[in-house]
Design a protein around this ligand. Structure first.
Ligand code: NAP
Length: 250
């Protein structure tokens, strides 16, 4: 149990990659604040699963692109588990729709940038004052940040590019305060994200072009998050770690 005694906040922690992260961190001994936005049932199921494993968790609704909601998430986390957070996983994100340049408007721009990037900035800002010495922040960026993403995902890819760059800047700023900041750049991971937005044939083509010849799983991402969150990764900060089956190297 490499996270015993630690408290973790996982944004978008109710399903898919976020759920796998919540459950994995709990299995490693952390108490979990499972944030959700629309998936209330999924959040409560995640909490029940963690409790059935002997862990502790609460579910908190918050739109992480909204600063008031983020403050409320912090308040609820402190009420449940005290004034010290050891792990913050900024997982919430979304593509929303595939659109080309001429199809963008200001509201779509704001939606994509706010959910993927503003959320990371202001969640880190809100939680910084209660992050413990030795704390770890893990931001879920994307392979799209490296390569511009698939068709119609330019704004999503750019928002993730911002997450990756912000991660490096914050590693420098928060390192002297004893807080590590890393990001993951997952390739194609089998979740609702691609069920919703990627054609089956494209998924098959990407898997065939991947040296490991398959999509990744949410569990594989969660295992890497648990490592980066743990003291085993105590000299790692400012990294954007690729997890893509060898599809691309940086
Ligand atoms: P997903 O199945 O689409 O899940 C998205 C998650 O984000 C859900 O838990 C959702 O919560 C949450 N979320 C969305 N908007 C939110 C908001 N305003 N406030 C709070 N939570 C919000 O995606 P996934 O595949 O699990 O992806 C998780 C993360 O990995 C995302 O950041 C995604 O960009 C990134 N990623 C995924 C892949 C992939 O291949 N799947 C690859 C690279 C990066 P609710 O359901 O409660 O609304």
């Amino acid at each position: 149990m490499k996270l015993k005694g630690k408290v973790a906040v996982v944004t978008g922690g109710s399903r898919d990659i976020g759920k796998a992260i919540s459950v994995k961190l709990a299995k490693e001994g952390a108490k979990i604040v499972v944030n959700y936005f629309s998936s209330e049932t999924g959040a409560h199921k995640t909490v029940e699963e963690i409790k059935s494993l002997g862990g502790e968790a609460i579910a908190v609704k918050a739109d992480v692109s909204n600063q008031e909601d983020v403050e409320n998430l912090k308040t609820k986390a402190v009420e449940a588990f005290g004034n010290k957070i050891d792990i913050l996983v900024n997982n919430a994100g979304g593509l929303f729709e595939r659109r080309t340049l001429q199809e963008f408007d200001a509201s779509f721009y704001n939606l994509v940038m706010d959910v993927n990037f503003k959320s990371v900035v202001f969640t880190m800002q809100a939680f910084e004052s209660i992050m413990s010495n030795g704390a770890s922040i893990v931001n879920i960026s994307s392979q799209a940040a490296r390569d511009g993403g698939g068709g119609g995902s330019a704004l999503y890819a750019s928002s993730k590019g911002a997450v990756s760059t912000f991660t490096k800047a914050m590693a420098k700023e928060l390192g002297p305060k004893g807080i590590r900041v890393n990001a993951l750049c997952p390739g194609m991971i089998a979740t609702k994200f691609h069920d919703d937005f990627t054609k089956d044939q494209v998924r098959i083509n990407v898997a065939n072009a991947t040296p490991l010849r398959r999509e990744g799983s949410a569990k594989e991402v969660a295992d890497l998050v648990a490592y980066l969150a743990s003291d085993e990764a105590s000299f790692l900060t400012g990294n954007n770690v690729d997890i893509n089956g060898g599809l691309a190297f940086s």
